[in-house]
Design a protein around this ligand. Structure first.
Ligand code: NAI
Ligand code: MG
Length: 354
C-alpha cells in the first residue's frame, strides 16, 4: 500500500513525540511492505513565527494532497499573550473545521502494567476498553452567540444530517469493536437531545448486530468512573463529549498514553496525542511518545484499514510497558527510566523481532 501522510510536528514536545511516531510508522512500513510518503509542514506557534499564521496556506495545500495527517501538539508560553487570531490553538480549530473532521475518537484502554497510575481501584480500571465518539464541528460551541446588557445566550443547534453522520460513524466503530453502543444525551430536557435519540433509534434498524442503549449525560458521568468497564463505544454531542472525554482520560492515570483521531466519512483523518505541548519538559528527552505512537496505530486502522498493522503497534507498546520500561512520567520505584528515543527504540525492536 502507498499512502501520503502530512506530518505537523508543532511546538514544545510535539517534534520529539512525532519523530518517535514516524520512526515506528517506518518500521511498520518496512515490516509489512507499505510505502508511507511523508511531507512536513508548520502549524501552531512555530508557524506563527515563520509565516505569521497558525495555519499557513502552504500547510493546508500539503494536507489536501495527503491521505492522513499526524500532528504533535501546539502552544507554549511564548505565544500566550498573542491576539486571538495569532494564537497557536487557532491553527488546530481551523484545521478541524477546514477538513470537516466531525468525528473525534478518543479511546481509553487500560494497560495492565500501568494500572498503578490510575486514580481508580485496579479492579475497576483493569477492564476499561472504551471509545468516546464526540461530534466535533456542530452544537453549542458553534451556534450563534449573543450578549445583551443583563443576559447572554449560546444557541445549541444540530441538523438531522449532522447527527446522522456521527451516529453512523459510531455504529461502524461499534461493529469493529465489541458491538455495543451507548448514546449519551439529555433528552429529558433538551430538544436537540430528543432529535439525537430519534436519529439513533432510526439508524439502529440498519445495525441489528449492534446493541444500543440510551443514557442521560449526568448518569454517564457517574458510571464512567464507577463502572467504566461497562462501556464499548460512547457517542455524544460536542459539549457532552468534551466533558466526558476529559473525564475518561484520567482513568488510565497518564496523559502520555492517550491517542486521538478526528475523522470524516471518507476516512481522511487527523491523528494526535490527547496531551499538549508540555513546555515544562520540552527538549529534554523526557516526553512519553506512547500517545503519539498509538495515534499512528489509529491512523493505520481508521484511515488506511490496516487492522493487523495497527494491532502490532499497540501490542508492541504494551509489551515495552510490560517489560518494565517507562519514560520519566511513569517511571517509579524499580522500573527502568528511558529517554524518549530509547523507549521508542524498544518499541521498534518489538516490531522487528516479533
Ligand atoms: P500538557 O498536556 O501539555 O501538559 C500537562 C502535564 O502533563 C505537564 O506537566 C506535562 O509535562 C505532562 N505531559 C503531557 N504530555 C506528556 C508526555 N507525552 N510525556 C510526559 N509528560 C507529559 O497541558 P498544559 O500544560 O495544560 O498545556 C501546555 C501547552 O499545550 C499550552 O500551550 C496548551 O495550550 C497546549 N495544549 C495543546 C493541545 C494540543 O495541541 N492539542 C492540547 C492541550 C494543551
Ligand atoms: Mg476539553
Amino acid at each position: 500500500m502507498e499512502k501520503k501522510i502530512t506530518v505537523l510536528p508543532g511546538d514544545g514536545i510535539g517534534p520529539e513525540v512525532v519523530a518517535s511516531a514516524v520512526k515506528v510508522l517506518q518500521a511498520i512500513g518496512k515490516r509489512y511492505n507499505h510505502e508511507f510518503q511523508l511531507s512536513y509542514a508548520a502549524i501552531g506557534g512555530s508557524a506563527i513565527d515563520e509565516y505569521n499564521n497558525p495555519l499557513p496556506d502552504e500547510t493546508i495545500a500539503i494536507c489536501e494532497a495527503s491521505d492522513a495527517i499526524l500532528l504533535g501538539a501546539v502552544g507554549g508560553p511564548k505565544w500566550d499573550n498573542n491576539p486571538p487570531e495569532l494564537r497557536p490553538e487557532k491553527g488546530l480549530l481551523k484545521i478541524r473545521k477546514r477538513f470537516d473532521l466531525f468525528a473525534n475518537l478518543r479511546p481509553v484502554k487500560a494497560i495492565p502494567s500501568l494500572l498503578g497510575a490510575s486514580p481508580l481501584k485496579s479492579e475497576v480500571a483493569e477492564n476499561v476498553d472504551l471509545m468516546i465518539v464526540r461530534e466535533l464541528t456542530g452544537g453549542i460551541y458553534f451556534g450563534e452567540k449573543h450578549r445583551d446588557y443583563g443576559q447572554a445566550s449560546d444557541l445549541n443547534i444540530y441538523t438531522r444530517e449532522e447527527i446522522e453522520r456521527i451516529v453512523e460513524n459510531a455504529f461502524e466503530l461499534a461493529r469493529l469493536r465489541r458491538g455495543k453502543l451507548c448514546s449519551v444525551d439529555k433528552a429529558n430536557v433538551l430538544e436537540t437531545s430528543r432529535l439525537w435519540r430519534e436519529v439513533v433509534e432510526e439508524k439502529k434498524e440498519l445495525y441489528p448486530d449492534v446493541e444500543v442503549e440510551h443514557n442521560l449525560v449526568d448518569s454517564v458521568a457517574m458510571k464512567l468512573i464507577t463502572n467504566p468497564g461497562h462501556y464499548d463505544v460512547v457517542v455524544t454531542d460536542n459539549m457532552f463529549g468534551d466533558i466526558l472525554s476529559d473525564e475518561a482520560s484520567v482513568i488510565t492515570g497518564s496523559l502520555g498514553v492517550l491517542p486521538s483521531a478526528s475523522i470524516r466519512s471518507d476516512n481522511f483523518g487527523l491523528y494526535e496525542p490527547v496531551h499538549g505541548s508540555a513546555p515544562d519538559i520540552a527538549g529534554q528527552g523526557k516526553a512519553n511518545p506512547a500517545a503519539t505512537i498509538l495515534s499512528v496505530a489509529m491512523m493505520l486502522r481508521y484511515s488506511f484499514g490496516l487492522q493487523e498493522e495497527a494491532a502490532e503497534v499497540e501490542r508492541s507498546v504494551s509489551a515495552v510497558f510490560d517489560d518494565g520500561y517507562y519514560t520519566a512520567d511513569l517511571a517509579k520505584g524499580n522500573s527502568r527510566t528511558l529517554t524518549t528515543d530509547e523507549w521508542t527504540d524498544r518499541v521498534i525492536a518489538e516490531i522487528d523481532t516479533n
